[in-house]
Design a protein around this ligand. Structure first.
Ligand SMILES: *Cc1c(COP(=O)(O)O)cnc(C)c1O
Length: 230
C-alpha cells in the first residue's frame, strides 16, 4: 500500500470538494486516523507532511507518542473513560469525543491539576443510533451550557459520526444538522465556547462533509488502507 499516492488522492478530493463548495482549502484540516497502524506507517505519513493524527485508544496513543516526532498534533477521537483522562491531558491537541458533563468535569479537573487548558469538541449522535456514543440533538444545548462553566476547558466545536452506508449522499442530512446545531449554539454566546470546528466526515463521506462545512475530516482507510484487527 502506497501512503504517498493515497495521500495525494485524498488531498485531491479535499481540494475538489472545497472548490465545489466555494470554500478555501485552508478551512479544512485532514486528521490522519492511524489507529491499529504501526508507528513506521505513521512516520511515512509524517514524511509526506501530515501533522495531525487521530487515535481512539488511550494505551495505543500513549505508546505511539514517544516514538514519533514531537511536532505531531494528536487528536483523540474515540470513546474516553474518565479514569484514563489523566494519561492524555496535555498530550493531545484536541479531544473530539466529549459527550457527558461527567467526562468534561474530569478533563477540567485533570487540566487544573496540570495547570493547563484543554480543547475539546462535543460529540453529537445526530443520527440517534443506539450503537453510537454522543449526546442527543436536544441535550447538546444543556450540556454545552454546563460545560461552559468549567474554567480549564475550551469548547471548540462539535463532532459527529454519520451512519455507515454505501451511499454517502445519505449522510448529508446529518452533516447539515450538525452545522445547524453549531450555528444555534454560537448564538448563545457562551463563555469558553467557540463554534469554530466541525469534525465530520470519514473515508466514505468526507467530500460530502466538506460540502456541508466540515473543518476537520477524519480519514483512516483512505490513507492507510483497511484496518486488520487481530
Ligand atoms: C476509525 C475512525 C475514523 C476513520 O474511519 P475510516 O472510515 O477508516 O476513514 C474516523 N472517525 C472515528 C471516530 C473513528 O473511530
Amino acid at each position: 500500500m502506497d501512503i504517498k499516492s493515497n495521500l495525494a488522492e485524498v488531498e485531491n478530493k479535499i481540494v475538489n470538494a472545497c472548490k465545489k463548495a466555494g470554500r478555501d482549502r485552508n478551512e479544512v484540516r485532514l486528521i490522519a486516523v492511524s489507529k491499529t497502524k504501526p508507528v513506521e506507517i505513521l512516520q511515512k505519513a509524517y514524511d509526506e507532511n501530515i501533522r495531525y493524527f487521530g487515535e481512539n485508544k488511550v494505551q495505543e496513543l500513549s505508546d505511539k507518542i514517544p516514538k514519533l516526532p514531537s511536532d505531531i498534533k494528536w487528536h483523540f477521537i474515540g470513546h474516553l473513560q474518565r479514569n484514563k483522562v489523566k494519561y492524555i491531558i496535555g498530550k493531545v491537541d484536541l479531544i473530539h469525543s466529549v459527550d457527558s458533563y461527567r467526562l468534561a468535569k474530569q478533563i477540567d479537573d485533570d487540566s487544573k491539576k496540570n495547570n493547563l487548558i484543554s480543547n475539546i469538541l462535543i460529540q453529537v449522535n445526530v443520527s440517534n443510533e443506539s450503537t453510537k456514543f454522543g449526546t442527543s440533538n436536544e441535550e447538546v444545548f444543556d450540556l454545552i451550557k454546563a460545560v461552559s462553566e468549567l474554567e480549564n476547558i475550551r469548547v471548540k466545536g462539535l463532532m459527529t459520526i454519520a451512519p455507515a452506508t454505501d451511499n454517502p449522499e445519505e449522510c448529508r442530512v446529518y452533516f447539515k444538522k450538525l452545522k445547524e446545531l453549531s450555528t444555534e449554539i454560537e448564538k448563545l454566546n457562551l463563555k469558553n465556547v467557540e463554534m469554530k470546528e466541525l469534525s465530520m466526515g470519514m473515508t466514505g463521506d468526507y467530500e460530502i462533509a466538506i460540502e456541508e462545512g466540515a473543518t476537520l475530516v477524519r480519514v483512516g482507510t483512505g490513507i492507510f488502507g483497511e484496518r486488520v484487527y487481530s
